[in-house]
Every structure is written in C-alpha cells, then in structure tokens.
Design a protein around this ligand. Structure first.
Ligand SMILES: Nc1nc2c(ncn2[C@@H]2O[C@H](COP(=O)(O)OP(=O)(O)OP(=O)(O)O)[C@@H](O)[C@H]2O)c(=O)[nH]1
Ligand SMILES: [Mg+2]
Length: 245
C-alpha cells in the first residue's frame, strides 16, 4: 500500500500555474489558497505588472511564507502576452512538466485544475472551453460580450481551419515539450490574440490538443482590461495565421 502510494506521488507531474495580474487585489488573496489547495504538486507564478493597487507587494510577502508561490515583477503594464512569455521562460528554466495559464479574476475555477491534470496525461495542450458540444458555459456575460466571444471563435475557426470550439480562452495547460516547440521570441500578440497564436502554432505542428468543458464566470470584483485594440489585433492576426501555413 505504502509503495503504491509512493509510486502514485512520484508519477504526479510538477505543475506551474502562471497567473498574470494587474490590479487584482480584490481577487488574489482568496484565489491563491484555492489554487494551491487543489493539488500538492501545484505551484504558482504570479506575473505582476507593477499593479498600483499593491497586488505585487501582497504576493511578494506570500512568497516569503510559502515556497510554492513565486513572483515576477515587471515595471509597468505591458500586456498579457508578454507576461505569459515571461512566465513560460521561468517555467522552462526550471523543472516544471505542466505549465498552465489562468486568470486571477475568478473567471477560471480552481476546481477544474484536477481535470486538466488528468487530461494532460494524453495531450500536449489542454484547452478549457466555454463552448464545447454546442453548449455555452458562461455565467454573467451580457449578450454583447457573448456575441463578441462566440463570434471571435467562429471567425477563427472559419479563417484558420482550426477545429476548436474555444480558441480564445485563457485557461489552458501545456506540456513542457509542447511549450518548448514555441518560438517565444516571435510571440508578440496580446489578449485573445495570444491564445489563438499559441494554440495555432501547436496545432500546425500536429501536437495533441484536447478541449475540456469549463464554466466561465465573469469577474465580480476588480475591473476588466479588455480593450478595442485587443479585438482589432485578433481580427488581423487570424488572417495572418491563415497564410502563415
Ligand atoms: N501582468 C499583466 N496581467 C494582466 C494584464 N492585463 C490583464 N492582466 C491579467 O490577466 C487576467 C485577465 O485579464 P482581464 O482583465 O480579466 O481580461 P479578460 O479576462 O480578457 O476580460 P474580462 O472578461 O472582461 O475579465 C487577469 O488576471 C488580469 O489581472 C497586463 O497587461 N499585465
Ligand atoms: Mg477576465
């Protein structure tokens, strides 16, 4: 029994959850313990862009008490895409086997992490999908926001040919080997665009990509950083990807 248990523990991959933050003080204190409670092999990396509300300082203090929490401080708000690239580099310089992307604003439930871990056993990239099998699993969005997101995914599918129901979502898990195939110097996009670009690169390489259902809940605290610029960036990137081959 003891041997079996030890074998089980040894088999668990070391995982890093990358959480970019900008002014998430209203969310982060509850969110971090919820993530860590899911699994003992999970660690957290917060990439904070000099949040004026003190998110970075708060997490910095947590790192002193808990070795499973890490932080990267960046001077100013530089966008989600480059925050993730910094997190990917951190992970690849260390021995993490699974590398997650996750929002800090309560939209992504920590309860889903164990399903991601299970599905990662047979996939190079696991995508959390809000639109799997024709169902819409989004809580508290108004119809304009839903149409924008659903429409962006429809457009991405038609133009690029990628068969995924949700290529714009930001709750995903890469295997280390999948992440190593990405050319991190070339990833320049942001927001939704970054999500489409990374998934497209792995899909083109014919890596194993699996979608799992998640329930996405709109943030109830703090403010969204979504902008018109992010939307137009995605519109043009998708066309570029179509011809990138
Ligand atoms: N480090 C860093 N984090 C960011 C930046 N912009 C957004 N974030 C974080 O990225 C996550 C997602 O950002 P949101 O503002 O929720 O954007 P969104 O999820 O696309 O939009 P909503 O659906 O309106 O919430 C949150 O944890 C933010 O704090 C940025 O420029 N730098
Ligand atoms: Mg959000």
């Amino acid at each position: 029994m003891q041997i079996k248990l030890r074998m089980l523990c040894a088999a668990m991959p070391k995982s890093l959850i990358i959480i970019p933050t900008y002014n998430e003080m209203e969310n982060i204190p509850d969110f971090i313990p919820q993530v860590l409670a899911q699994n003992a092999d999970i660690e957290i990396l917060v990439v904070d862009d000099g949040s004026p509300d003190g998110t970075g300082d708060f997490v910095e203090n947590l790192t002193k008490e808990n070795s499973r929490i890490h932080i990267l401080h960046r001077e100013k708000k530089m966008g989600l895409g480059t925050a993730y690239v910094a997190g990917f580099r951190f992970a690849l310089e260390r021995d993490y086997e699974l590398i997650f992307e996750m929002d800090a604003d309560g939209s992504h439930s920590p309860n889903a992490l164990n399903l991601f871990l299970k599905e990662s056993e047979n996939a190079d990239l696991v995508l959390g999908s809000r639109y799997l099998n024709g169902k819409i699993s989004v809580v508290n969005w108004d119809w304009k926001r839903l149409i924008l997101s659903y429409g962006a995914n429809f457009y991405t599918r038609i133009v690029t040919g990628m068969p995924f129901s949700d290529a714009t979502g930001g709750f995903k898990c890469f295997s280390r080997s999948a992440l190593q195939t990405l050319n991190l110097d070339k990833l320049k996009s942001d927001g939704y665009c970054f999500q489409i670009e990374t998934t497209h690169a792995l899909w083109k390489k014919k890596l194993r990509i699996k979608e799992i259902p998640i329930i996405f809940t709109d943030r109830t605290k703090g403010t969204s950083k979504m902008s018109g610029g992010i939307i137009s960036e995605a519109f043009f990137l998708v066309i570029k990807l179509r011809f990138r081959g």
